[in-house]
Design a protein around this ligand. Structure first.
Ligand code: GN1
Ligand code: MG
Length: 375
């Protein structure tokens, strides 16, 4: 079969089962990495069915077949758990639909790798919070996700992006980017580069604790952005955790920290007015409480103690990645305009500064929530 993913989406759609009469598609443009489309079919009795077609970014995920093995393993495991708990697996986890040839993906001639998921109807995702309750709800979902995967056979997971949240390794990559200065943009980011270099010592805190066994290795999501939880339109509660490409062995602190980085920021990830970028202690508290409610019983002392630090480190790490990509010439994250990655890096560093200023208050919030929820 000849499929050219760039030029013919219809050919890709045809490689998957026909769920009805194909009536069209619309792109979803939220993510920075993969390409996502909602594909619509009409059944014989006029019902509209929607599915999610995604092109895995093989520049980022170099081994998409291994990635799909992870995703299929994790979603089957979750399906069983959800069934046992009396939940609805068709809404509470993703379902992978194999292609007509039985494979869980379609490899296009241009090297693109495509997969089909269910589209969870009557849900929405949130990019900008308007209430701490929604953030608490996201925390319950991500905490629950960690719990559900606590007994997943961790040794069977492939590392889809090696050293994904290994901050010292990210720092090293950053130094290489500076050294190469492939885009010639280094001089345009002097204050931001200095900001990174001044904080090198923070980078190894979590990896050191993992290496010496003071933090446990767990199955983690690793991309716990708020918009990776689907909320039910009827109940307004988080029901399904999506974007499972980075489910890998890691620290629970990665998931917590990345959620705070995105959701407790009072501004967008690419806000240009830095005065709007602060850490909301109200949102931080809501997330800590929700997270401790679901994940708390399985967390160790250190996994709780380092929650404020994780918020700072994961924000810093993401800033390093955005800045490194700006200097590399925007080869990783999708950008809408030439300075987009630099703007994103600035928001992350402004947030790091604000976390540093509010650090003691964050520690108190965690202590109080721990006493209240876990006793
Ligand atoms: C990417 O694709 P998306 O938007 O879920 C990135 C995350 C970053 C995030 C920053 C595989 O996530 O690590 O935190 O952008 N995903 C990958 O917004 O690199
Ligand atoms: Mg993602």
């Amino acid at each position: 079969m000849s499929i050219t993913s760039n030029t013919n989406l219809i050919e890709i759609i045809k490689a998957f089962p026909e769920f009805g009469k194909y009536i069209g598609y619309r792109p979803i443009t939220d993510g920075h990495i993969n390409d996502t489309y909602v594909i619509k079919y009409e059944t014989e009795n006029g019902e509209c069915l929607q599915y999610l077609l995604q092109r895995i970014n093989v520049n980022v995920f170099k081994k998409p077949v291994e990635l799909m093995e992870n995703v299929c393993g994790v979603t089957s495991f979750l399906r069983e758990k959800i069934e046992k708990e009396g939940g609805d697996p068709t809404r509470e986890t993703l379902t992978v639909y194999p292609a007509k040839d039985g494979k869980n993906y379609v490899m296009a001639d241009d090297g693109g790798c495509w997969r089909m998921y269910n589209y969870v109807d009557d849900t929405y995702s949130i990019n900008e919070l308007t209430s701490p309750d929604d953030f608490r709800s996201a925390a319950l979902s991500f905490g629950n996700f960690q719990n559900q995967l606590a007994d997943y056979p961790i040794e069977t997971l492939h590392e889809t992006i090696p050293n994904f949240h290994n901050t010292p390794s990210r720092f090293k990559d950053f130094l290489e980017a500076l050294d190469k200065n492939a885009s010639g943009r280094k001089d345009a980011a002097k204050p931001e580069i200095d900001f990174v270099l001044e904080r090198e010592k923070d980078c190894s805190v979590i990896t050191d604790l993992l290496n010496c066994g003071d933090l446990p290795l767990k199955v983690t999501h690793n991309d716990t952005k708020l918009n990776n939880v689907l909320f039910d339109k009827k109940t307004n509660k988080g029901i399904c955790v999506v974007d499972l490409d980075t489910v890998m062995p890691g620290s629970s602190l990665y998931d917590f920290g990345d959620s705070i980085r995105f959701g407790a920021n009072t501004a967008a990830e690419d806000e240009t007015d830095l005065s709007k970028v602060t850490l909301s202690l109200e949102y931080f508290k809501a997330y800590v409480e929700g997270y401790l409610e679901t994940a708390g019983p399985s967390l160790t002392e250190n996994e709780i103690k380092y929650l404020p630090f994780a918020a700072k480190l994961l924000t810093f790490e993401c800033g390093i990645r955005f800045l490194g990509d700006f200097i590399n010439g925007d080869v990783y994250f999708k950008v809408d305009y030439p300075e987009h990655n630099l703007i994103r890096a600035r928001t992350q560093f402004k947030l790091v500064e604000d976390i540093e200023a509010k650090y003691n208050e964050m520690v108190n919030i965690v202590d109080e929530a721990k006493a209240k929820i876990l006793g």
